[in-house]
Design a protein around this ligand. Structure first.
Ligand SMILES: *[C@@H]1O[C@H](CO)[C@@H](O)[C@H](O)[C@H]1NC(C)=O
Ligand SMILES: *[C@@H]1O[C@H](CO)[C@@H](O)[C@H](O)[C@H]1NC(C)=O
Ligand SMILES: *[C@@H]1O[C@H](CO)[C@@H](O)[C@H](O)[C@H]1NC(C)=O
Ligand SMILES: *[C@@H]1O[C@H](CO)[C@@H](O)[C@H](O)[C@H]1NC(C)=O
Length: 773
């Protein structure tokens, strides 16, 4: 009895204080790169290009009641603290962001933080640490406009439930500049485009788009996927992000609230640098592959990360509108890939499993024969083609070296998989394990990393029998056997878009090329519910990656950010498909590691940019700011989906309660579309998809009778978003499960074989010479 009471008590305590119980000893890290002496992790970090102001700086103005204490444990060997109610500190600064570092322990309490006279947060710097933790990031805000600001911290000397007076302490402020913001770029090698020219859609009315900057991702947004009506999943690599996990080290994954802009750190284990991802048939998302631990900069000792090269991270459906209880699950002993993969593409195939394509066996830059992993594998693993769950060779991935990482892949409506890599394309029949090679992309344009272009499969429609057509845009003609020292950040990107219908006749007719108004490397192509394609982000010159070409800008291998999005209308006549009329120009360069996705309300979320090894404030710095692009339809009366089923099975008919906008004509053009917003990283919009559904609208306009897609080849089973689009104006999306929502089939024999015959640490094993390679 006594024992169980005790354990109950411990349990209650632990659940009240999940973050802080034994916090000092639980963080089994060491702080200095390559150091072997464990100590607590110190969040204090000054990114390249940012400026730190020690607590003794004459620019920091203290009220009465502060005392200075000295210890080597503090930044600059000193700290200011106060326990006087109403004592305050004021710091005028110039920049876009401010971080306040100080100590936390059981004697600290709540302070009020004012920025430019407005109370922005009440911060509690209490933590359940006896010795106290130093150099903690107590507060940060990167969402300031460039210019002069003042931060004031006022001590309340209180904390909930405590009658003692509490401390506030200041160790240092770190000011982040507006590294690449608010400067207008001229683009020497990218020709300015004359938007009044004849290649624009004739007579198209200039409609009102708007661009709003709001919110901060907390972890850099390298990978982005909308996971629910309220949240997006953001995945980064291990680096000094300001968002901190409950156990006190920088986070490298987060859930972003699309409505409140709040960010919640995820507790990821392995380094997810350059992972890929997809939802499965049952709605669980997998985030696959990554990078080893980067010892010299962001060592495991500091961050607690593990090698992510073989990782399969599970993120289960997260219906909670506050994302409570949602986190990433990882256990490499139980769930992992058979082989290491960095820069792998993951697509959901018609049976609702994931096909994991290519990548390289270790981190680096451009692919080569030594590190190439020219295979596919499946999750859950399959016993097909004699593989027993092990990787299956794909000659295409050998023939497309060197520029073939993050291959482009889309499931076609006949169940086969279109792939493009480097300058080539093919259709893979995964059931027969055969490749059908397609004509090379015209004009030697390469479209995959590091000559990164972007691609989409255009909307599928029953009116033409779901005839598939792909669109590939941007990239580069840089020769991919050239070493980095012969490539420059100023080498021009490609303007080319290549389009092909993937039927026998279409393939015989070959690629049709068009030119974007501006050349782009690393663009993002986003399908809109109107059937148009938004092309945004990217650079006018250079190559993907950082730190290894001529004329780097900071560490960026690319330059000349392209700041104006362009709309591509696939159904318009050739020559009049591009338009930037009315599209706002951004102030924020979105270079390597930028992302963009459609969100359920119809806007486009734009985030990221980080051509750096670790967080940096030097142009092109690490970008945390989010932008929201609103198409003209956002300002119009919108149709609504008021009610509908949570599931839409193949070929089944369901009724949705809708409301059409007022003044809709009898002859209104009403469409119902099903979309997958995809998993976005490195300009790869894997799983992005749009399918027109067969539907009927009741005479009174209140019911839409909708038939699910015919099968899992047209829309692989998994989550989807349904829009009703009236005269080009979409509703807010309705989230549902397409198919049966069941777990994908698990082949126990193949799974067991993978776990038995592969080590979870093949990269580490290979380094020590004991591996299989
Ligand atoms: C904050 O106010 C409390 C309450 O008077 C006081 O005990 C504490 O010393 C003050 N702290 C600072 C840093 O002024
Ligand atoms: C971020 O800053 C912008 C521009 O100053 C402002 O409009 C927006 O409300 C801010 N958002 C947040 C979440 O603070
Ligand atoms: C192949 O790529 C790896 C990783 O970038 C690199 O370490 C290695 O030197 C390259 N090998 C050759 C032969 O270029
Ligand atoms: C979905 O299926 C995968 C693969 O079998 C499995 O690992 C995962 O746990 C399932 N998700 C849920 C929520 O059961």
């Amino acid at each position: 009895m006594a024992v169980s009471t005790l354990s109950l008590l411990l349990c209650v305590l632990a659940s009240c204080l999940p973050n802080f119980v034994e916090a000092d000893s639980a963080w089994n890290g060491h702080t200095t790169p390559q150091s072997t002496t464990p100590s607590a992790f110190l969040p204090y970090y000054v990114p390249l290009g940012a400026k730190s102001y020690d607590s003794t700086s004459p620019l920091i103005l203290y009220s009465a009641g502060w005392e200075e204490i000295h210890s080597k444990a503090y930044v600059g060997n000193s700290l200011q603290q106060t326990d006087k109610v109403g004592a305050y500190v004021t710091f005028p600064f110039q920049g876009c962001g401010i971080e306040w570092f100080g100590s936390c322990d059981r004697s600290h309490g709540v302070s009020h933080v004012y920025v430019d006279g407005l109370l922005v947060r009440k911060v509690d710097s209490w933590c359940n640490s006896e010795k106290g933790r130093k150099q903690q990031r107590i507060f940060w805000d990167y969402n300031l406009s460039g210019g002069k600001h003042t931060i004031r911290i006022i001590n309340t000397s209180k904390r909930p439930g405590s009658t003692h007076s509490c401390l506030t302490s200041l160790d240092a402020f770190v000011v982040t500049k507006c590294s690449a913001t608010a400067q207008v770029y001229s683009a020497p090698s990218a020709q300015p485009f004359d938007y009044s020219g004849s290649t624009l859609a004739e007579g198209r009315a200039v409609e009102t788009w708007s661009l709003e900057q709001k919110g901060s991702t907390g972890v850099h947004a390298m990978q982005l996927a909308v996971i629910s009506p309220t949240h997006a999943l953001i995945v980064d690599k291990v680096e000094h992000n300001p968002l901190t996990t409950p156990d006190g080290h920088p986070a490298w994954g987060a859930l972003y609230n699309l409505k409140t802009h709040a960010v919640k750190p995820l507790s990821m284990k392995s380094n997810s640098f350059c992972a890929g991802g997809t939802f499965l048939r049952n709605g669980t998302m997998i985030v696959v592959g990554g990078n080893p631990v980067v010892e010299d900069k962001t060592a495991a000792a500091d961050f607690g990360d593990t090698d992510g090269l073989q990782a399969i991270r599970l993120f289960h459906p997260c219906p909670s509108s506050s994302a409570s209880g949602c986190d990433i699950y990882e256990n490499s002993d139980r769930i992992r890939m058979a082989s290491p993969r960095w820069y792998t593409t993951v697509v959901r195939i018609p049976d609702g499993t994931a096909m994991i394509i290519g990548g390289s066996k270790k981190g680096g830059w451009i692919n080569n024969a030594t590190v190439n992993n020219p295979t596919i594998e499946y999750f859950p693993p399959k016993s097909i083609h004699g593989s027993n769950g092990m990787p299956i060779g794909l000659p295409f991935l050998q023939d497309t070296l060197n520029s073939n990482l993050f291959p482009i892949a889309f499931v076609l409506p006949d169940g086969n998989v279109f792939m493009a890599a480097n300058n080539d394309a093919m259709i893979y029949n995964w059931k027969d394990n055969t490749e059908r090679r397609l004509p090379q992309l015209p004009n030697r344009v390469r479209v995959t990393y590091p000559m990164t272009g972007t691609a989409l499969m255009l909307p599928l429609s029953p009116t033409n029998g779901y005839q598939p057509e792909v669109l590939l845009c941007g990239g580069s003609t840089i020769v991919d056997t050239n070493p980095g020292y012969e490539i420059s950040s100023q080498d021009p990107a490609s303007k080319q878009c290549s389009r092909m219908v993937l039927t026998d006749a279409g393939i015989a007719a070959g690629w049709v090329t068009e030119e974007m108004p501006e050349a782009r490397l690393m663009p993002d192509a986003v399908l809109l519910p109107t059937g148009e394609v938004l092309i945004v982000n990217g650079a006018g010159s250079g190559i993907s990656g950082y730190g290894n070409v001529l004329n780097q800008v900071g560490a960026s291998n690319a330059d000349n950010p392209v700041l104006t999005p362009v709309i591509y209308t696939p159904s318009a006549p050739q020559g009049s498909r591009f338009s930037s009329a009315g599209l706002p120009r951004s102030q924020i360069p979105r270079m390597y590691h930028s992302v963009a996705t459609l969100v359920p309300d119809g806007r486009i979320m734009i985030a990221g940019s980080n051509p750096n090894l670790d967080r940096s404030e030097v142009k092109y710095g690490t970008e945390y700011r989010v932008e929201w692009l609103s198409p003209p339809y956002m300002g119009k009366p919108r149709p609504q989906i008021k009610n509908g089923p949570k599931q839409l099975d193949f070929g089944k008919t369901e009724v949705f309660t809708i409301r059409l906008p007022p003044q809709v004509q009898d002859k209104a053009d009403i469409k119902v579309v099903l979309m997958d917003f995809g998993y976005v990283t490195h300009a790869v919009h894997a799983n992005s998809r749009m399918v027109y559904l067969t539907s009927q609208i009741s005479a009174d306009g209140t019911k839409a009778t909708v038939t699910g897609p015919p099968n899992g080849m047209v829309y692989p089973p998994g989550p989807g978003w349904l829009f009703v689009v009236v005269d080009g104006v979409p509703s807010i999306a309705h989230h549902l499960m397409v198919g049966d929502g069941e777990d994908p089939e698990v082949d126990e024999k193949a799974l067991k074989n993978v776990l038995q015959h592969t080590s979870p640490n093949q990269y580490e094993d290979s380094k020590s010479g004991s591996g299989e390679e």
